[in-house]
Design a protein. Structure first.
Length: 105
């Protein structure tokens, strides 16, 4: 394998490890990701089914709740997808890099 390719793969593996270190993916955080996604979907569904009435004093409150529920849903989905893909991609990168090291020796 090209040395530049190996360097890029190592950088990608280090980026995945750094993301895992910062977000501490564990069983508890995985359930937290699911909770965030479910909370966002429930809030979004509640806003769609039973809209918040406009207030005289603060007319943009429904939009704030709507934006917050969209954010929670998207962020929870992003973290779930990133958690699952990084777990598989890390195994793949480690296998490729260990095979490359063994092949070079």
């Amino acid at each position: 394998m090209e040395p530049s390719t190996t360097i890029q793969l190592r950088k990608q593996l280090e980026a995945i490890k750094e993301f895992e270190r910062k977000n501490a993916p564990s069983r508890l955080s995985y359930f937290g990701y699911w909770g965030e996604l479910i909370l966002g979907v429930v809030l979004l569904g509640r806003l769609i089914i039973i809209p918040i009435e406009q207030s005289q004093f603060i007319p943009f409150i429904p939009w704030v709740f709507f934006a917050f529920s969209i954010f929670l849903t998207c962020h929870g989905l992003y973290l779930l997808v990133r958690y699952n893909l990084d777990k598989r991609f890390r195994l793949l990168l480690e296998a490729v890099l260990s095979t490359d090291v063994e092949g070079a020796a």
